[in-house]
Each structure stands twice: as structure tokens, then as C-alpha cells.
Design a protein around this ligand. Structure first.
Ligand code: PLP
Length: 305
């Protein structure tokens, strides 16, 4: 083995949206031998995750956990709520919205995309217009990305609920918080979000491998009325497991449970509101630096405001 240059001893620090930087404590919690999945502490750890995940999402609803990435969470949310032939509306402000819409199309949904480009948030008036025109209520869900990582655009999910209520449209409001959960202010219940999807590898600081679907009773009623839901994606047994294996429909993501338990302890130890404040402060510092660097230069922030 060649000797690395002296400056590269220690951990690499790669700061990208995800997989994000993992705290040392998370890595250490995962460094262990194969645990027992039939008895012992893993069972208790698994049961302790749901309430603490819901505290991050600010919901008293339900959460189903999957072994998977963000794409798995997308598919899980759709598999429980959208039947073939159902229509979904996708207000897009970046490639992740198109990705979720694409996933819906693959499951047989009719997808209407409202493309708002890559530099401005959703235009609520255009969404209201589209919903108002849908007098037959063919649109069963709105697939909205909270923060689209590909463009950095953050959308006002609470305003989207306001639009649905103002036109009295029953579509489910579904939010992709894969990038934003645990970083940016998000209030699932207060904002009237019916379904929210997230992964573990961004704001939750765990290596990729776990996906989460949060849902309320309204979304669960839609799930109950579905003509069929595939056993693997069904959120019911995962959210109400009678046996340990039901959480993940098979073997648990053993080491991830230790990592996630530690990450949630870190988040709630600091307090989610303090976490949001810290991210906002660091974001403003980065924006201020970018504005200075771009003064008269070729550099430019994607979003003007
Ligand atoms: C990362 C990301 C995804 C996709 O997650 P994967 O884990 O790569 O499948 C989806 N939506 C948003 C907003 C993301 O940031």
C-alpha cells in the first residue's frame, strides 16, 4: 500500500446533500456484530423509533418503515393510495418532482405535470386554477416536493394545503421531505399534509438504507378503499406490527436501527427547533458568502431570493 499524503489522514468530510455527513456516534453505534433479531434490545429499539420519527415530522399520525432509499418511499406512498388509472397532479420545481411523477406513471397512474421551471417556487394560482377545473375530482393526490435538491427550491407546502381547502378539493396532499426532514421547518399535522416521505441518509444522518412513509387517517382510509395493495409495500402491518418481522416485512435493517436510534437521540437532544435554527443560520452564512463571491463575477445563486 502506498502512503497517503499527510493531509489525508483522518476522516474525509464530503458535504453533499446526501448521503450526508454522519456523526461519529452514529458510525460507532453501527460498528457491532450481528445482533439477535428474535429477542433482546433490538426489539425495544425498533419500537422506540416510530414515536421519535413522528416527533421529527411533527405528526401524531402513523409511520411505516421500509428497507430502501427515497425512491422506495415514493413507491410505497403511491402503492398504498394510487390505483391504476387514478390521476395525480405534480407541481414540479426540479427533477425530483419529475422522478416521483415518473414512479406514479410506472404504477399505472395518469400524471399531470405543472412545470414551474428550475428557478422559482410553485405558482399557487396556477395550481388553484387546475384544481378548480377538476370538478369531477379526478385528481386523487398532489405530489409535492418540499425542497427539490436538484434546484434548491423550497416550496410552501402549507400554502398548498390552503389552495386545496380554498377550492374544496379532496385530493391527498403528499410531500417529499427526503432532503428537508430534520433540516428545514416542516409541520406535517399543522400544515395538513396527508402523506410524507423521507429517507434516512440526508437530514437524519444515517447511511442510505431506510425509507419512511408518514400518513394520517385520511390517507389510511384511501389505503383501505384500494382495490389491492401489494403485500410488500402495504403500510398497515408495518405501522401496526403484531410481530417484530412485520415492521420490515422480513429481516430488519439491523445496524441501521442502532444508527438511527443514535441519530434521533442527537436530534432530540439538541431539539428539533434548535436544529432548524442552526440550519437556517448556516444557510444564511452560505448565501451571504455566495453573494459576496458572485459580486460582479460569474458565480450566481440559482434562486434569486
Ligand atoms: C435524494 C432525494 C430523493 C431520492 O432519494 P434516493 O435515496 O436517491 O432514492 C428524492 N427526493 C428528494 C427531494 C431528494 O433530495
Amino acid at each position: 500500500m502506498s502512503t497517503p499524503p499527510i493531509a489525508s489522514f483522518g476522516r474525509d468530510y464530503l458535504a453533499i446533500p446526501g448521503p450526508s455527513v454522519m456523526p461519529e456516534a452514529v458510525l460507532q453505534a453501527m460498528h457491532r456484530a450481528a445482533p439477535n433479531i428474535y429477542a433482546g434490545e433490538l426489539i425495544d429499539i425498533a419500537a422506540s423509533l416510530a414515536p421519535d420519527l413522528k416527533r421529527v415530522a411533527r405528526t401524531d399520525g402513523h409511520v411505516a418503515m421500509y428497507i430502501g432509499n427515497g425512491h422506495a418511499a415514493w413507491e410505497a406512498a403511491l402503492a398504498n393510495t394510487i390505483a391504476p388509472g387514478d390521476k395525480v397532479l405534480v407541481p414540479a420545481t426540479g427533477r425530483f418532482a419529475h422522478g416521483w411523477g415518473d414512479m406514479a406513471e410506472g404504477l399505472g397512474a395518469e400524471v399531470e405535470i405543472l412545470d414551474f421551471g428550475k428557478r422559482t417556487p410553485m405558482d399557487m394560482d396556477r395550481i388553484a386554477e387546475t384544481l378548480r377545473a377538476d370538478t369531477a375530482h379526478k385528481i386523487k393526490a398532489i405530489l409535492a416536493v418540499h425542497v427539490d435538491t436538484s434546484t434548491s427550491i423550497r416550496n410552501d407546502i402549507s400554502a398548498l394545503r390552503g389552495v386545496l381547502d380554498a377550492v374544496d378539493h379532496p385530493a391527498l396532499l403528499m410531500a417529499d421531505c427526503i432532503a428537508s426532514l430534520g433540516c428545514d421547518v416542516f409541520e406535517m399535522d399543522a400544515w395538513g399534509v396527508d402523506v410524507m416521505v423521507a429517507g434516512c441518509q440526508k437530514g437524519l444522518m444515517v447511511p442510505p438504507g431506510m425509507a419512511f412513509v408518514f400518513f394520517n387517517d385520511k390517507a389510511d382510509a384511501v389505503r383501505t378503499a384500494m382495490p389491492r395493495v401489494s403485500r410488500y409495500w402495504d403500510w398497515s402491518p408495518r405501522a401496526n406490527p403484531q410481530e417484530f418481522y412485520m415492521y420490515w416485512c422480513g429481516t430488519a435493517p439491523t445496524h441501521h436501527l442502532y444508527g438511527l436510534r443514535t441519530a434521533l437521540d442527537i436530534i432530540h437532544g439538541e431539539g428539533i427547533e434548535a436544529v432548524w435554527k442552526r440550519h437556517a443560520l448556516l444557510a444564511r452564512a452560505i448565501w451571504a458568502a455566495c453573494e459576496t463571491w458572485s459580486d460582479g463575477g460569474p458565480l450566481e445563486l440559482n434562486v434569486a431570493d
